[in-house]
Design a binder for this molecule. Structure first.
Ligand code: CTP
Ligand code: C5P
Length: 399
């Protein structure tokens, strides 16, 4: 059999692949690789380094990684170990294995370096072939108050991206502890003071310009930046899943990874705040619809999201998106208000399956974990904010 490879590159070549023996086949593949590589070498691959704790990773972290990726070609993310974080700012809420996995799932990340040192050194950048280090425009210090980036700054190998306003771990923890539903509220006049909500999670006196937050103001531009923008290809198998996806976590990751493997294009329907509140109760969802949309969009397996998806997977929805398969995990399926099964239509069409994420983390278990660690979290945050206030007042050690 004769196959022609036409390569649309500056050095256009045509290679004839003759499928005779495995040896000959291999020989031609090597020629193709060498020629393609020499074309690519003309464009230098800039490797960019970002490091951090990535505890309770959220779309603010992901947005920093998105910006860093735009500053080069390959994004390498160093994640600190539990021991290193405990030493410098107190124990993290999530284990290092959970944090490594969460960062790997963010679609702009190419490589993860585990147990990265807290102070970024030139040796670390060189070891991983990175030209420079990128960090948000806030300040991170060691336990002794030293700027963790002083070495790379002095060497001119440091760049900044914009920290994402309107999202912080502190604010999310405040919402969990306060058991309020005010974050669902779109009418500002009815919302309690956001500073009050944050203060519940941080128990502090002064206000750091970094740890605090304003309200999340999602724009269509931000959604476009996070979207893949890819349409399904003809013949793609389309998989649909729906849910709250609140406090986007490692259970969601495992579920989405399995769902994506069942097809070629994964659509995630995200229920609105009032719908989630009906079936989860209390102050759920902790993150509002816009925040949950941005979180899900950062996941590498997700092709598209439906913002405010209907609870019942209707015939119209399945036809509109040409859905081939609908999946749900092992969590309880709450019936619709009239007692109907929300998956009645996909089941009737023989297009519904239950999948096992083999992960029992839920939004509720994360909230319990935070509540159980409240004291540790508050102490850690108090220390962090006191350091940041010192820095803002010009009392930082630059080495
Ligand atoms: N980051 C950001 N916007 C946010 C939160 C974090 O741009 N809203 C950036 C930080 O500036 C940093 C990266 O995400 O470049 C990793 O952050 P990390 O070390 O986890 O720090 P914080 O989230 O700021 O720290 P903490 O967990 O103590 O709140
Ligand atoms: O609970 P929520 O609506 O956010 O869940 C969204 C989807 O993720 C559901 O199909 C649920 O069963 C699945 N999931 C899972 N494993 C977990 C958590 C959620 O399969 N640990």
């Amino acid at each position: 059999m004769l196959i022609l490879y036409g390569l649309a590159a500056a050095d256009l070549i045509v290679v004839i692949k003759v499928e005779t023996s495995g040896k000959v086949n291999k020989y031609f593949h090597i020629i193709v690789s060498v020629i393609v590589m020499s074309g690519d070498e003309k464009k230098k691959h800039v490797r960019v380094w970002v490091d951090g704790c990535f505890d309770m990773v959220h779309f603010g972290h992901a947005n920093a990684l998105r910006q860093a990726k735009q500053m080069g070609d390959v994004l390498v993310v160093g994640v600190h170990s539990d021991a290193e974080i405990s030493k410098h700012k107190g124990p993290p809420v999530f284990t290092e294995d959970e944090r490594y996995k969460m960062v790997r799932a963010i679609k702009w990340v190419d490589e993860v370096v585990e147990s990265a040192p807290y102070v970024t050194t030139i040796e670390t950048l060189d070891e991983h072939g990175c030209e420079y280090c990128v960090h948000g425009d806030d300040i991170t210090t060691t336990a002794d108050g030293v700027d963790t980036y002083h070495l790379v700054k002095a060497a001119g190998r440091y760049k900044e991206c914009n920290r994402t306003l309107g999202i912080s771990t502190t604010d999310l923890v405040g919402r969990m502890l306060l058991v309020t539903r005010s974050h669902h509220e779109r009418d500002e006049s009815k919302s309690p003071d956001p500073l009050y909500i944050q203060s519940i999670g941080q128990d502090n006196q002064g206000r750091s310009p970094y740890t605090g937050t304003s309200l999340c103001l999602p724009t269509t531009k931000r959604i476009a930046q996070f979207s893949s923008g890819r349409e399904p290809n003809p013949g793609d198998k389309i998989v649909y899943v729906a849910g709250a996806f609140d406090l986007f976590h490692i259970g969601h990751l495992d579920f989405l990874e399995k769902a994506r493997k069942l097809g070629d294009y994964l659509i995630v329907g995200i229920h609105s705040d009032p719908v989630v509140n009906v079936y989860k109760g209390s102050n759920y969802p902790i993150m509002n619809l816009h925040e949950r949309v941005l979180s899900v969009l950062t996941n590498r397996h997700v092709s598209e999201v439906v913002i405010g998806a209907p609870y019942s997977v209707s015939s119209e929805l399945m036809d509109h998106f040409k859905v081939d398969l609908v999946c749900h995990g092992q969590t309880t399926i709450c019936p619709c208000p009239l007692g109907l099964d929300p998956y009645h239509e996909p089941r009737r069409r023989g297009k519904f399956i239950l999948i096992d994420s083999e992960n029992n983390v839920t939004t509720e278990s994360i909230v319990s974990r935070i509540i159980n660690h409240r004291l540790e979290y508050e102490t850690r945050n108090k220390k962090k904010e006191a350091k940041e206030i010192n820095i803002a007042e010009g009392k930082v050690n630059s080495h």
